[in-house]
Design a protein around this ligand. Structure first.
Ligand code: MTE
Length: 330
């Protein structure tokens, strides 16, 4: 007999939405954009989602979005309203204000999109986005996103397991890490014309972290493609790490032997490490990481909750760090 044991990452009662809401959400995922208006207001995923909010997938990606697999990841989580997840963003290529990406990303061109794969792998080259996703079925995963700035939200991502994609390139035994880079194009990203960041934005994972089942390559959210401000057309989502690891608008994947440079570690190494695992036991030098503001919230209702080790995904990822000091390797 199969016994389902509740994992620590499964949600607690106060986060659980009722069954009707959940069924409506699943229904929504299966239906076309037209049905969205009819359902609007009936589910927490749909809260704030109005007809017209959703971006129609380009023709090259549309077939994949018609066939999104349901998963149990985050089932029952209270998802952030679409308008919160798409107007409160960190995407410094579009500016430093939380509202800047939504205001300035409108003309960004995520289609067509190519990704270059290089380094320690048998299969390297430049691939169109659709060639990277075409052998996989898109799936929906609802994950908690915890920013190092101590806010968080729950987002229903659409994408593919990162490990499954990486394996297709046949990384060799020297591939100890994988490095990712965002597009460098100051004509589209006004923020890249200055500032202290060494552009392009860059991130990396140890190869075993990248192969962990939770690591996700997202091409969508709320059942459709990613809005530009959320990292269109393809971004990483690493839910047990602080949000800055979840690099947006990826154009380069490189398999490497040594720990790669990462944007925030380059900028302030004493504040942001390579690992950046969510850890309430290791404070940021300038603020506590013991708690977080779960969005949406407001001045009168800040919605402060305790931060969980590995953002609540300890059962899935703690083994990756056995014997390592997470104080030293922050
Ligand atoms: N990727 C790029 N290229 N540029 C960025 O500024 N910000 C990171 C991450 N990915 C960032 C990025 C940070 S700090 C966070 S918290 C998340 O994106 C925010 O993702 P969201 O705006 O979709 O919530």
């Amino acid at each position: 007999m199969l016994i389902k044991i509740k994992k620590a990452s499964d949600v607690s009662e106060h986060q659980v939405t009722d069954q009707a809401v959940y069924l409506n959400r699943r229904q929504f995922m299966r239906n076309s954009a037209l049905s969205i208006a009819a359902l609007s207001g009936t589910s927490n995923v749909l809260a704030g989602l109005q007809e017209g909010n959703l971006i129609t997938p380009p023709a090259s990606l549309a077939p994949y979005f018609n066939n999104i697999k349901e998963t149990s990841f985050g089932m029952g989580e209270k998802v952030a309203p679409f308008d919160v997840a798409t107007t409160y963003n960190n995407f410094y290529e579009f500016g430093y204000g939380k509202g800047d990406p939504a205001k300035r990303a409108e003309n960004f061109k995520p289609d067509p999109w190519n990704i270059t794969v290089e380094g320690e792998a048998d299969i390297v080259g430049t691939f169109a986005l659709e060639d990277i996703i075409k052998e996989h079925q898109l799936e929906e995963r609802i994950y908690r996103l915890r920013c190092v700035e101590a806010w968080s939200m729950v987002v229903p991502w659409v994408g593919i397991s990162l490990g499954e994609v990486l394996k297709k390139f046949k990384p060799n035994s020297k591939a100890k890490y994988v490095y990712f880079e965002t597009l460098y194009d100051p004509s589209q990203f006004p923020g890249q014309n200055g500032g202290n960041i060494k552009w392009p934005y860059r991130e990396g994972l140890r190869i075993d972290e990248a192969m962990n089942d939770l690591a996700f390559l997202s091409v969508g959210m709320y059942g459709s493609v990613l809005p530009n401000q959320n990292g269109a057309p393809i971004r990483l989502v690493v839910p047990w790490k602080y949000g800055f690891k979840s690099i947006k608008s990826i154009v380069k994947i490189r398999f490497v032997e040594t720990m790669p440079e990462t944007t925030w570690n380059l900028l302030a190494p004493q504040e942001y490490g390579f690992y950046a695992n969510v850890n309430p036991g290791v404070d940021h030098p300038r603020w506590t990481q013991k708690q977080e503001r779960r969005l949406p919230g407001g001045l009168l209702f800040p919605n402060v909750i305790d931060t969980q080790m590995f953002n609540g995904y300890q059962e899935e990822v703690a083994d990756l760090y056995k014997g390592m000091s997470l104080v030293k390797n922050y």
